[in-house]
Design a protein around this ligand. Sequence first.
Ligand SMILES: [Ca+2]
Length: 470
Amino acid sequence: MELAARRDASWKFSPNSRWGFFPAVSVGWRLAEENFFKSLTGDGQFVSDFKLRASYGQLGDDAIRYYDPRNNAGRDINGYNVDLDPFAYTAGYSYNSSIGIMSGNAVVAARDRGVPFDRISWLTATIIDVGLDFSLLGNKVTGTLDYFRRNRDGLIVPKNNIFVPSEIGYDLPQENLESDAVIGGEGSLTYNGSISGVNFSIGGNISFARRQYINEFNPRYGNALDEYRNARGDRWSNIFWGYQVVGQFQSQEEVNSYPVNIDGQGNKTMLPGDFIYKDVNGDGIINTRDERPLGYGLSTTPILSGGLNITVAYKGFDFAADFSAGSMQTFNRRFELRNAFQNTGNIARILYDDRWHRADALNPDSEWIPGKNPPIRFNDGGHSNINKNSDWWLTNTKYLRNRTMELGYTLPKALTTRVKLERLRLFVNTYNLFSIDNVDQFGIDAEITDENGLQYPQNKLVNFGINLSL
Ligand SMILES: [Ca+2]
């Protein structure tokens, strides 16, 4: 059992809320050492080790950024949040901050600092971890299992439950009012074995971590739809919203008689093969009210991730491979991967192949040839197929990537000593050789983030080599 605590102060906070106290405690209990456990498990025949762990700790964070939307205070010229000024908790003036003209002369001026930031203090992260370590069958199988949760209390937001008349000239200062959490778990399992001279090990790990907003301060919504779309409290973060494609028009007659206004223009821009969006609220027109949660965050680390590693050794041969896997993340095809002739450029093959098109491209009266993809238009980003995020363009990415692989052969010592070498090993190793994923069909790497797919993928490397020891 361990106990620890720290007391921190930060210059950013006013003297009465400057100090924070952050304790931590961790306990471990090795059950395998206990007599009752030994009698239960037959003296470690099956369970050779078993340990329970738990920890609880708090940490303070003073990396507090504030943003005052009214006068843009707290943003740098690029619009990013910046840190607090020294003594932001005091009232007063910022001197030497601008030039004023008095009686025709330029003088260095001072500026009112506005409302003091004297109501903020430490953002506290509370981390709880409960886990166990075990080894079974004489350490052949080892593993761990963990559940963790990090709560952050005191996220800073403007206090919006009191309205201040705009004539006053300032808003109420921000306070530590909201909270969020990251909830997750992870586990790992390794097996070490040996069968007729082949030594091998196989290990895997899996991890889940997802952020959730807990407490939203004084939520205010104009209506139920606003709340449905924009509520943050008690909801997972990073939700991707869009339209559901429930079909494609099969003929011009179907377009002409379709009861729902898909493109907002009475379907006059629609052709056979174009997307039919689901009119979720049934009001006969497709608009933002029909958007629904479709995916996870874009460009975020996968919520579910894992790894796999394998080693095999037999006589002079050795082999090792390691894989990583990810899921619960979203890739949204846009730009070049969505719009034909984007920026009057070229067309991605995945949009061209197997698409709805006229039998004769030069004859607008020729019949339609059905395909999987919608008909293409020239750089028409405004068309309703293109200008809406939908599950057609969205992929919830899953991948298993071979990170590294190495095959080696060490020559028998009897052979190498004849040429006065201690050891001679030949090897070939690879890096990022292949990936099994569900975005390969779009011609992209599963771990790129650029929605146009133009990002340079990860390098594949193959090395051949010799290790020599003299
Ligand atoms: Ca609708």
